[in-house]
Design a protein around this ligand. Structure first.
Ligand code: SF4
Length: 270
């Protein structure tokens, strides 16, 4: 069985009864804990022995989140070395020159060579590098339609929305609550674009983590006893250009980047 790409890959093998026998409130929470290395897959008493033995490493030695991510990244790089990169560039609307495929990620140059070696002008974590390579390998290159939908409205998004909410939308909201310059910085640092009010939000910013997979962050300020709130929206073509797993990973990657920026700007109370 391949290395789990994210918590969803683990979740799909669980009983999904939310019985709490493992001590976690839900099977989703348990999957997240296993993926991040805080729990062992064997802590779920309802899991079939056969599945435990098929999941790589978990039954014998606990893999760390970093190991999982970097091993999967290496697999993707090998896959890149087996495809016609010039053809892939044509398919996804990227440039191909000097034996490299070039794309903009968050407004910055990002390229990969025919051996899968990545070169970039900004530090991009594996969470973002993984969807980038997935996009090259299997993206259809469909142009955005301009219709914004939530994660749960994308293909297979409903089942995994609770995890997405917990790992992406809630942490970004916590950043936005305390780091008031977040949205201005997203515009300046990541070539984001403030857009007219969407879904009655107080602030709406569109980012392009991949050229044809825009993400819109909408933030509602707190008012009269109501808490602030934040949602991410995707173009309704996103699931044609990236599998839902990769969309989740991309959201998690952006979340890590925003958390890091806020810490760099002296915000520590997340
Ligand atoms: S023990 Fe297994 S089935 Fe029960 S909540 Fe935990 S992960 Fe889910």
């Amino acid at each position: 069985m391949p290395v789990p790409k994210n918590a969803m890959e683990i979740y799909k093998h669980l009983d999904k009864s939310n019985c709490r026998d493992c001590g976690e409130k839900t099977c989703l929470a348990f999957a997240g804990s296993v993926f991040t290395g805080r729990r062992k897959i064997t802590d779920c008493p309802k899991l079939d022995q056969e599945i435990i033995h098929r999941l790589p490493g978990e039954s014998k030695e606990q893999r760390t989140l970093e190991e999982n991510r970097y091993e999967y990244l290496e697999i993707l790089k090998k896959e890149i070395s087996n495809i016609d990169l010039a053809e892939a560039a044509k398919r996804i609307g990227a440039d191909f020159r000097n034996d490299r495929l070039h794309l903009k990620i968050l407004g910055k140059d990002f390229s990969v060579d025919t051996k899968g070696n990545i070169s970039t002008s900004i530090h991009v974590n594996a969470w973002v590098a993984i969807p980038f390579l997935n996009y090259i390998l299997s993206g259809k290159g469909i142009l955005p339609s301009g219709n914004w939908v939530s994660f749960r409205e994308l293909k297979d998004g409903k089942e995994f929305y609770p995890l997405f909410r917990k790992r992406c939308e809630e942490p970004i909201k916590r950043v936005a609550d305390v780091y008031t310059d977040l949205f201005d910085d997203l515009v300046h640092i990541f070539s984001g674009r403030k857009v007219k009010k969407q879904f009655e939000a107080d602030i709406s910013v569109v980012l392009h983590p991949l050229p044809r997979v825009p993400i819109m962050i909408c933030y509602w300020l707190p008012e009269e006893g109501l808490e602030s709130s934040l949602n991410l929206f995707f173009d309704d073509t996103a699931d044609k250009n990236l599998h839902i797993n990769a969309i989740y990973t991309l959201g998690a990657g952006l979340t890590h980047m925003f958390e890091k920026i806020s810490v760099r700007h002296g915000v520590s109370s997340l």
